[in-house]
Design a protein around this ligand. Structure first.
Ligand code: GDP
Ligand code: MG
Length: 160
């Protein structure tokens, strides 16, 4: 069996979840936050901000060779977004499940993209695709002291 500190460590995985400009415009900020809260993940950072196109180009650097990349970066910087850091056991993988597929048409009802979006270029929300990329993305969007360390009061009701 794992020691208590190992268990605590495992529960500290983090993902960058970001509400895209259309999620803000369509009044779905609370809906997205609600789903991650109700799941039992812990919010450790959040901001409301309009990013520069350069910032978005860095965020999506892995996609720079794809044809939709310029339009994607322009769109993502055209209006405010809500980047957040959520923490918990398996939050990267589970967060992606909660979002749904990249293409909303392939996303099941019950997922955020499946419930609230139609087009791949307007799929409402971003989620890190690996623990490694989450670390990079969190460092891009938040200074160290903007990610808050605190004890969640509901911890023992979520983890065995
Ligand atoms: P994600 O990790 O599920 O967000 O998907 P990717 O990392 O592959 O792509 C980043 C974002 O680019 C997606 O969330 C989409 O908004 C957008 N995107 C991906 N593929 C396409 C595409 O074929 N066409 C358009 N217009 N946008 C796309
Ligand atoms: Mg991605």
């Amino acid at each position: 069996t794992l020691s208590n500190s190992k268990v605590a460590e495992r529960n500290k995985e983090r993902s960058l979840i970001m509400i895209k400009p259309n999620g803000v415009q369509r009044g779905l900020v609370g809906e997205v936050i609600k789903r991650f809260e109700q799941k039992g993940f812990k919010l450790v950072a959040m901001k409301f901000t309009q990013a520069s196109e350069e910032h978005m180009k860095t965020h999506y650097k892995d996609l720079e060779k794809l044809k939709f990349y310029p339009g994607l970066c322009k769109y993502m910087s055209s209006n405010p977004v809500v980047p957040m850091v959520w923490e918990g056991l398996g939050v990267v993988k589970t967060g992606r499940v909660m979002l749904g597929e990249t293409d909303p048409a392939k996303s099941l009802p019950g997922t955020i993209r499946g419930d609230f979006s139609v087009h791949i270029g307007r799929n409402l929300v971003h989620g890190s695709d690996s623990v490694e990329s989450a670390k990079k993305e969190i460092a891009l969007w938040f200074k160290d002291d903007e990610v808050v360390t605190y004890t969640a009061g509901n911890n023992e009701w979520i983890y065995e």
